[in-house]
Design a protein around this ligand. Structure first.
Ligand SMILES: Cc1cc2nc3c(=O)[nH]c(=O)nc-3n(C[C@H](O)[C@H](O)[C@H](O)COP(=O)(O)OP(=O)(O)OC[C@H]3O[C@@H](n4cnc5c(N)ncnc54)[C@H](O)[C@@H]3O)c2cc1C
Length: 424
């Protein structure tokens, strides 16, 4: 009998629990430890922030779906991972031991790295549903008295898709309200060029995204380092190709949403051999930590080195398709270990993304994620927006019904007729 503990009940953690339970032996226990008693679907947060979704639309309480599958739930913050004792220290004073541990905790949001950044400071966030709700309250006030918007991501960020999405979603909401003409929008990003996305571009993403921003009257500043944010002004240093200061900008705003850089969570930071200096879990080809081989990592919590450094630091995004394949590989590998077999399943390092633009959208497929690639595919259309809505529904159903279906393969690639790309 083995205790398999999963920390985190998010986009990676919930499918992990279901797939692990389906693959585990009857005598094994699967235990989820989550700091929240609910799952929330992070990709829908931008819609919550403009009131197109309510909080409850994208939340699922954890107890029922997990207990239906005989998966145990512990609601507590993991404060420390102690690999030497195969033990977790929890916020309620308890400790929990494991035979296998899967770290699926997503990111810590590093608002503290830029003065004035984040919901406790001057800018809004869409990274968590709590933030998105707060951003929505501010949005309702803003649309009554519109003014300039600054939107984007700060240095060290790795998740650029939602920044572009949110710029276009706000644009659509303002057009619907017939007040877009009163709102200058500036997109600020550490990416060396528009459409880089932390991936050195996908297909013709540079031209296409620039063209979209132009058509939506959104200005941009690339190679941007945000120095500080004070009293409704963002102080931005635009850098040259060496990362040296080229120009300074003082951008006044009445509304701002900026994505922060990510780090690993506090519970793993500094644990010898487990994480890199930013606190991301070091994994081998099989999702397993080389120093502590009964610890596995999936999702945003894992370390991926950018292949090509950028003048202003950027990270590599970890998106749903990739996370789905990390989950399956990890579940298969833990089962192999339980059977005394070597771990042999690898995740596919591919990126498939649906970037919503409010009424239309852009889909991109990058296989593998880091260039040079076998598939470099990008298309725009209303169908992307519809596919994203369908995807949200499928994912929510998967979590509430405890299904193990691979959604990306089943819904995104297949239903969009691009499944054949997967085999290339
Ligand atoms: C705004 C936004 C939109 C995105 N949109 C898309 C998209 O459209 N498509 C796409 O492919 N990707 C998207 N992504 C990227 C990625 O798919 C998501 O970030 C996804 O949620 C990552 O899954 P995860 O399981 O790694 O982390 P999460 O889903 O964030 O889950 C981590 C869980 O761990 C819990 N946790 C954290 N610390 C602890 C602790 N110490 N103890 C216990 N529990 C803890 C958290 O509360 C959370 O429930 C988006 C990201 C963001 C931020």
């Amino acid at each position: 009998m083995a205790d398999i503990v999963i920390i985190g009940a998010g986009v990676g953690g919930m499918p992990m629990a279901y797939e692990m339970k389906a693959l585990a032996r009857p005598e094994d226990r699967v235990i989820v430890v989550s700091d929240k008693d609910y799952f929330h679907f992070v990709p829908s947060n931008p819609w919550v922030a403009v009131d197109w979704r309510k909080r409850d639309d994208i939340l699922i309480p954890l107890d029922k779906p997990l207990s239906k599958r005989s998966i145990e739930l512990v609601v507590a913050v993991v404060e420390k991972v102690v690999p030497e004792g195969n033990r977790l220290e929890l916020s309620d004073g308890r400790s929990l031991t494991y035979d296998h541990l899967v770290i699926a905790t997503g990111p810590r949001l590093a608002f503290d790295e830029v003065p004035g950044l984040g919901p406790e400071g001057e800018t809004q966030s869409i990274c968590h549903v709590d933030h998105a709700e707060k951003a929505c309250e501010r949005w309702k006030v803003f649309v009554e008295k519109p003014g300039p918007i600054v939107v984007g991501a700060v240095q060290g960020a790795s998740c650029f898709g939602p920044a572009y999405e949110f710029a276009f979603i706000m644009d659509k909401d303002l057009r619907d309200r017939k007040i877009r003409d009163q709102v200058p929008i500036t997109f600020v990003t550490p990416e060396p060029y528009i459409g880089h996305l932390g991936l050195d571009g996908v297909g013709d993403s540079k031209t296409m995204m620039e063209s979209e921003l132009r058509q939506h009257h959104i200005d941009w500043i690339c190679n941007a380092r945000v120095e500080k944010i004070e009293n409704g002004v963002m102080y931005v240093v635009e850098c040259d190709e060496q990362g040296e200061e080229k120009k300074r900008h003082e951008l006044p705003f009445d509304y701002s949403m900026m994505l922060p850089a990510f780090t690993g969570i506090d519970a793993v930071r500094g644990v010898e051999g487990l994480v890199n200096p930013r606190g991301f879990v070091i994994i081998d080809d099989y999702q397993r930590n080389p120093t502590h081989p009964n610890i596995w990592g999936i999702g945003v919590a894992v370390a991926i080195a950018p292949k090509k450094p950028t003048p202003v630091p950027t990270g590599v995004p970890k998106t749903g398709f990739m996370i789905e394949s990390m989950v399956t590989a990890t579940a298969l590998n833990i089962r192999a270990e339980l059977d005394g077999e070597p771990a042999s399943s690898r995740a596919s390092w591919n990126a498939v993304c649906l970037a919503d633009m409010g009424d239309t959208g852009i889909a991109f497929v990058a296989m593998p994620q880091i260039p040079p690639r076998n598939v470099n595919w990008m298309k725009k259309g209303k169908w992307v927006h519809l596919a994203k809505v369908a995807f949200e529904k499928y994912f929510m159903r998967k979590v509430s019904h405890g299904q193990c279906d691979p959604i990306y393969e089943k819904v995104v690639l297949k239903s969009l007729g691009i499944e054949k790309l997967k085999s290339q």
